[in-house]
Design a binder for this molecule. Structure first.
Ligand code: NAD
Length: 524
């Protein structure tokens, strides 16, 4: 088996395989561009009625879907495990738990988070004006998602988009279509009206067709290379895009860190999901004074991990999801070793059949190596030492990526100080990887890790169109700045420049005689 997905233009199907065993799991259609356009039309037709419902009514459907998901948790987690290779326990903790949490949070809180906002407009307010921002749904949101969290990533965005009154067309990864279809099935069973969640299975061409079909927003999660193509294609129609892309996330362990816990954090952060998380620890910088102790604990923790097929009980690390990714990991490790890196543990493809790469720890690494520069997206933890805080920050920021990062120290004030100097969308102190699981906090990167946010209020704001409603209650008077521009007008405008723009009511009041004269000119 050379790839996980078979495609044939004749059969127009994609085949989903279990990367741990090679077993075929099912076949789904390779949706054509015409069918994608039809799905977008169905979504567009269904959206206005859905937007007309209250937040509470929409929330009721989401909560019903939540109940159904919870009722099917075993079946669902087994499917995720088989389609991705990850352990069932990780499918549960890293995908289903955050999704259920997001369903609960957004069904109860979207109304409050998108409540119309009154804006303080200063002295204009005293002139009888008022301003409010209201939030309208975008319309049809296109979600294009990757394979590493095939439930959590798209389902949470589906929930947010639906709660904000949109319809959704979801294009899941070609490697994990069955999990996506399960999301659709759950929402259908929950009573979501037809057309509001269309799932178009397929590959990159299907994703490209979705952008071409002129949806109103694209939520893209995937690699930097594809993200750039998506942004370029979306620009043709000026479709706004959120790009959640890759990372090369650094972990900085200071000399005063709790070494045991930092080592456990590094091992989980680097090897959970076989290292195939955008926020995986991809670079570890440890203060030289604690490096031997830290490495010994990392080694002991890693040795204790059990790598097996994801559906086997007690598995810590499963298979990688596809062979292309596994080959990339092999290339990165080989390049590092050729340039002088030392393999502490792992370092070669596992003897298990299936796409297994063992948890690997490298030392003697430096920033000339691909493993310290490009996203590896595999179970590899390269560890480098540093002498000073400034050096650690410089190393952490020496990357084109900026998704997440972490600082480890017992001194929380020092941790916060350093966190603010690291260039990343999320910086954690004494934590790794998990904040994507918090529904309330924004998720997204800077630099080549992308732009825009998902989750929390900031994520909701990506899915709505803010509209400014401005009202003048004094409807019987013209504005001071309207025509005609006679010499009196120019005098008043100069007065406005000098006094009104200071924001001071007392200074502005000096203009009252000029204002009155302009509003009520003496008839000649
Ligand atoms: P990918 O870029 O290969 O594919 C992502 C999705 O885009 C897939 O559904 C794919 O079919 C689709 N696609 C491919 N070509 C397209 C095109 N021209 N137009 C539209 N859609 C197209 O990424 P992947 O290999 O599936 O996922 C791994 C990457 O995702 C890693 O780089 C990882 O860091 C990143 N990721 C980021 C986040 C985040 O939140 N920042 C989360 C998970 C994964």
């Amino acid at each position: 088996m050379s790839t996980q997905v078979l495609q044939s233009e004749q059969t127009r199907e994609i085949v989903s395989y279990d990367p741990g065993t090679g077993a075929e799991l099912g076949r789904v259609p390779l949706t054509s561009p015409e069918e994608v356009a039809q799905a977008v039309s169905r979504a567009r037709a269904a959206q206005p009625a859905w937007a007309g419902l209250s937040f509470k009514e929409r929330g009721r459907v989401i909560l019903k879907a939540r109940e159904i998901m919870l009722g099917q948790i075993d079946e669902l987690c087994t499917l995720i495990s088989r389609e991705t290779g990850k352990p069932v326990s990780e499918a549960t903790s890293m995908e289903v738990v955050p999704t259920l949490e997001a369903m609960h949070y957004f069904s109860h809180h979207t109304a409050g988070l998108l409540r119309p906002q009154k804006i303080d407009i200063g002295q204009y307010g005293l002139m009888g004006r008022s301003s409010r921002i209201i939030y309208k749904p975008m319309g049809v949101v296109g979600i294009i998602s990757p394979w590493n969290f095939p439930l959590g990533t798209p389902a949470e965005e589906v929930v947010m988009a639906l709660m904000s009154g949109n319809a959704v067309v979801l294009k899941p990864s070609e490697l994990t279509p069955l999990t996506a279809l399960k999301i659709g099935e759950i929402f259908t069973r929950a009573g979501l009206p037809e057309g509001l969640l269309e799932i178009v299975t397929g590959d990159g061409s299907t994703g490209a067709a979705l952008i071409q079909a002129r949806v109103d927003k694209i939520m893209f999660t995937g690699s930097v290379a594809t993200g750039k193509r998506v942004a370029e294609a979306a620009a043709k129609h000026l479709t706004p895009v959120v790009l959640e892309l890759g990372g090369k996330d650094p972990m900085v362990v200071l000399a005063d860190a709790d070494i045991e816990n930092a080592a456990r954090g590094a091992v989980w952060g680097a090897f959970a999901n076989s290292g195939q998380a955008c926020a995986s620890v991809e670079r570890c910088y440890v203060h030289e004074s604690i490096a031997p102790h830290f490495l010994a604990r990392v080694l002991a923790q890693t040795q204790a991990l059990r790598q097996e097929v994801g559906t086997k009980e007690g598995t810590d690390v499963g298979a990688m999801t596809n062979e292309r990714q596994l080959r990339l990991v092999e290339e990165h490790v080989l390049d590092a070793v050729e340039r002088g890196a030392k393999v502490v543990i792992g370092g070669e493809r596992s003897s298990l059949s299936g796409y297994f790469y063992p948890p690997t720890v490298l030392t003697n690494v430096d920033h000339r190596m691909t493993i310290m520069r490009e996203e590896t997206f595999g179970p590899v933890l390269p560890v480098m030492t540093f002498k000073t805080e400034d050096e650690a920050i410089q190393l952490a920021n020496d990357s084109v990526f900026g998704l997440t990062a972490s600082v480890w120290t017992r001194d929380i004030a020092r941790g916060r100080r350093l966190a603010e100097r690291i260039e990343a969308g999320t910086v954690m102190v004494n934590e790794v990887l998990y904040t994507h699981g918090i529904a309330q906090t924004p998720w997204g990167g800077i630099k080549e890790s992308g732009y825009g946010r998902t989750h929390g209020r900031m994520g909701l704001l990506e899915l709505v169109s803010p509209r400014h409603i401005h009202v003048n209650r004094i409807s019987f008077l013209p504005d001071l700045w309207w025509f005609r521009y006679d010499p009196g007008a120019q005098k008043l405008f100069q007065g406005l420049a000098t006094h009104f723009t200071t924001g001071s009511l007392i200074k502005t009041s000096r203009l009252l005689p000029l204002m009155v004269r302009r509003l009520f000119p003496r008839r000649k």
